[in-house]
Design a protein around this ligand. Structure first.
Ligand SMILES: C[S@@+](CC[C@H](N)C(=O)[O-])C[C@H]1O[C@@H](n2cnc3c(N)ncnc32)[C@H](O)[C@@H]1O
Length: 305
């Protein structure tokens, strides 16, 4: 979807861009190549990602600044950088491949490292705390975000009974096995996707407060765009993100007229955006063949008013 990202950002040679989720810097590199006199601000809550981005963007020294922040903190970042408005802002949600494959961080179901799942390793809340210290009801509330309430109840009950009987659950692999034993039906066994995948994602979302971040980040981005011409592009990778992004962008485009927001907070007093893709874009078959992970990606674009 990189080409579509660049097109929807409508890159200008001397524009100012914000990559709210710079990760290892792939999109930022393309933006800087296409804006030869432009400036880029890169944000990530993961210091390891910022180190990778710094290395990758070395040839553009002087044309970018990186910030170790959550993207909901955009307004403060722009103030610190002395930037008033941005011509284009990109949010590419979720995890990078490097984070997912780093077994020490416990994001994937095979990881035998201590339960962690933090994008920002300096934040106090880890998956260990959620799994071992949340009450059964709190765990249920986290797990039912998958939309599978009956199984969420069963998993929450099983986790609490195991940790009370034989001590804390230590690793993601152990947790995945516990979940699989509760939810794996014969029909689900042997499927490519591990049966614990959506449940581990629900725990990751809780650890990193991802829903509030996305909602607040979209609002902050909409407010930071240059009026009339500024462009916002959002890539989402999972069902909960597709829905939340669509809903929030609709509210930012039509405050007061949409359905009730997914997470309560005051709506803007006037429209901030025009939604350019009321139906999000999908990667084409060719791209999915080249990169099967792109299968679930959706692109949403909006323009400032
Ligand atoms: C999918 S990766 C981005 C990859 C990047 N677009 C590239 O081309 O290399 C997502 C990145 O967003 C970061 N991230 C996720 N939520 C964040 C948040 N709320 N604030 C700041 N960074 C966040 C993650 O740490 C991760 O590095």
């Amino acid at each position: 979807m990189s080409q579509a990202v660049l097109e929807y950002l409508d890159i200008r040679a001397a524009g100012t861009y914000v990559d709210m989720t710079i990760g290892p810097g792939g999109h930022s590199e393309l933006i800087l190549q296409n804006a030869p006199d432009g400036f880029l601000i890169g944000i990530d809550r993961d210091e390891q990602a910022l180190a990778m981005a710094r290395q990758r963007l070395a040839e553009f020294a002087g044309r970018f600044r990186l910030f170790h922040r959550r993207y909901s903190q955009l307004a403060g970042v722009l103030q610190e950088a002395g930037v008033d408005k941005a011509d284009g802002i990109l949010i590419d949600t979720g995890l990078s491949r490097d984070q997912l494959l780093d077994a020490d961080r416990g994001f994937s179901f095979g990881s035998t490292a201590r339960l962690d799942m933090r994008m920002d390793c300096s934040q106090p809340r880890t998956a260990y705390e959620v799994v071992n210290h949340y009450s059964q009801e709190e765990l249920y509330q986290v797990l039912q975000r998958t939309g599978r309430r009956r199984e969420a109840r069963k998993i929450a009950r099983r986790i609490v009974s195991l940790r009370e009987g034989s001590g804390p659950i230590q690793t993601t692999a152990q947790l995945a096995e516990i979940i699989a034993a509760v939810v794996a039906t014969p029909a689900r066994r042997g499927k490519k996707r591990h049966p614990a995948t959506p449940w581990l994602m629900a725990i990751r979302i809780e650890v990193n407060d991802e829903l509030h971040e996305l909602k607040d980040g979209l609002r902050a981005a909409a407010e930071a765009l240059r009026p009339v011409t500024g462009r916002l592009v959002v890539l989402t990778w999972a069902g909960h993100e597709h829905g939340l992004a669509r809903r929030e962008l609709r509210i930012l485009a039509n405050p007061g007229t949409s359905e009730p927001p997914a997470l309560p907070s005051p709506e803007p007093k006037r429209p901030l955006l025009r939604y350019l893709t009321p139906n999000p874009l999908y990667p084409d078959e060719q791209e999915v063949r080249r990169n099967p992970a792109a299968r679930t990606c959706r692109l949403h674009a909006a323009q400032a008013v």
